[in-house]
Design a protein around this ligand. Structure first.
Ligand code: 0FV
Ligand code: MN
Ligand code: MN
Ligand code: MN
Ligand code: MN
Length: 495
């Protein structure tokens, strides 16, 4: 393809069809050219093309200024209403707005303008495929979708398009099925491990093993990340049990003993634990030690100190919440969040993703991950806010520490509805910070791990948008989970 707009649309399709990872070099070559020659003549007056180019360039770490949208403002300085007749352009503008950086006021206006028009859209005379894209984007924008969770949906949509490329469609389907086969293998492997632990039989534990695997799949779906998926699945499955012990089952004195055991990281601490806690503690202990052994053998690197430190902080954050709850203490939102971005386990999952996929593992990266700074902190905060939006209603019924929504209500006296809007707004603000760290040329972590951390955030948007998708969730999310893991795509094409 020679036409730059066709090339950009092809990249967009490759990404959404889930096959872009086969063409990383080609995509980079095209974007290098587009970035170099980014001429204003070509796109002048074309909001669709300008937005698509802006979004793809920012997504791939190129420097583009928000000024490219200046020409779409009218004399009064607002985006002109006549742009709204072109739904495809407004959608493209909306998708681009999620790549805004902290401090960019035009991108904020772009979001306000485009999201309002998409929500108010009269669907009557609009192409049905475009309507489906708009609804999908209002659910979650492209930037917030975890890579694998929209692939099947998009393949289906693409198939119904008149201008589809048959070869590309076939590639996407075959590739999806091949990857699904690989995913089923690591799923079966970890499932056997999980059944062996016997933890699923504990009466107070949520049934979340498939969900645990899907978090891992969303973080790193590519074939080479098999070990990473297994590690992350096991971690999430065991940590979910530990979280339930702290939140639901343990008495305060028992929880002090568990916190002490994890903090000391000593097999001798087993003796002090009540018997129902022993298997959970020992599963965590064995899993972490086994992985440490594996990394030592493969890379001659000792990651034990990092992991023990992060686990200690996690247990202490859980303990803080348990004490607050049992003493009926109501933290302020700030106080709560300072603890809760650790208790959501974002930092530890980020670190495990790094350790199980990076080679060589670097001391400076471990130090950064342990520091809870920048991308690690802000990503974990969004993860926490999404979890609270999805799970806190049930948590309050069951009895739990006030979560972000309740803390904000206590701080301000506002209604739950207002508090939820506040948390959603805070989420968008923090994403702008995440975008800044993602784009920073001096980002201390390698790009693939940054993307994994962001995928964790994206997954939290998906899992918690309609309730507790991790701990049971509704039927819809269960169907999607089942389908993405166990149902291949039929290769019979609808003509
Ligand atoms: C979330 O559940 C949960 F299970 C966590 C944080 C442990 C495993 C990690 C992932 C799901 C990635 P819940 O809403 O009960 O967590 P909180 O922290 O609110 O108790
Ligand atoms: Mn919990
Ligand atoms: Mn908890
Ligand atoms: Mn609790
Ligand atoms: Mn929760």
């Amino acid at each position: 393809m020679d036409n730059p707009l066709d090339q950009l649309e092809l990249i967009d399709n490759l990404q959404r069809l889930g096959v872009a990872y086969h063409f990383e070099r080609e995509i980079k070559n095209i974007l290098d050219c587009v970035h170099d020659i980014s001429d204003h003549k070509r796109k002048k007056g074309n909001l669709y093309a300008t937005s698509l180019e802006f979004r793809l360039l920012r997504q791939h770490g190129y420097n583009v200024t928000e000024e490219v949208f200046e020409s779409f403002r009218d004399k009064t300085g607002s985006f002109s209403a006549c742009l709204c007749d072109d739904v495809k352009a407004i959608l493209s503008f909306y998708e681009a707005s999620f790549y805004g950086l902290e401090g960019e006021s035009m991108m904020q206006e772009a979001w306000e303008f485009s999201s309002k028009h998409l929500k108010d859209l009269d669907n009557k005379d609009v192409d049905q495929n475009l309507v489906a894209l708009v609804e999908h984007a209002l659910e979650l924008p492209f930037h917030w979708w975890a890579p694998r969770f929209e692939t099947k949906w998009f393949i289906d949509l693409y198939e119904r398009r008149e201008d589809k490329n048959h070869l590309l469609l076939e590639l996407a389907k075959v590739d999806f099925n091949i990857l699904q086969g690989i995913h089923q293998e690591d799923f079966n492997d970890t499932l056997r491990w999980w059944e062996n632990t016997g933890l699923g039989e504990l009466t107070f534990v949520r049934d979340s093993f498939i969900a645990s695997y899907l978090w891992a799949l969303a973080i790193a779906f590519q074939p080479q990340h098999c070990y990473c998926r297994k590690v992350v699945t096991k971690a999430i499955a065991v940590i979910t049990v530990i979280d339930d012990i702290y939140d639901v089952y343990g008495t305060l004195p028992e929880l002090e003993l568990l916190t002490d055991a994890i903090t000391r990281w000593d097999i001798k601490a087993m003796k002090q634990l009540p018997s129902y806690m022993k298997t959970s503690f020992l599963s965590l202990f064995n899993f972490i030690n086994e992985m440490t052994y594996h990394i030592l053998k493969e890379q001659n690197t000792d990651v034990s100190m990092t992991l023990i430190k992060l686990l200690k902080h996690m247990a202490q954050a859980y303990m803080t919440e348990a004490r607050w709850y049992h003493n009926q203490y109501k933290p302020t939102l700030d106080e709560y969040l300072n603890n809760a971005y650790i208790s959501i386990t974002g930092p530890i999952i980020a670190t495990l993703s790094y350790i199980s996929s990076a080679n060589p593992i670097l001391e400076k990266d471990l130090e950064f991950l342990e520091s809870y700074r920048d991308i690690v902190k802000w990503s974990s905060l969004v993860f926490r806010l999404q979890d609270d939006l999805g799970t806190s209603s049930d948590e309050m019924k069951r009895g739990d520490v006030p979560k972000s929504i309740q803390c904000y209500m206590n701080d301000t006296g506002c209604s739950e509805e207002v508090a939820r809007e506040y948390i959603k707004d805070l989420t968008r603000k923090i994403w702008k910070k995440i975008n800044v760290y993602r784009a920073a040329t001096n980002c201390p972590l390698p790009q693939p791990i940054v993307e994994m951390i962001i995928n964790l955030v994206r997954t939290s948007h998906y899992f918690y948008q309609h309730g507790d998708g991790h701990g049971g969730g509704g039927q819809e999310i269960k169907d999607v989970m089942f389908s993405s893991l166990f149902q291949p795509i039929s290769l019979q094409e609808i003509k």
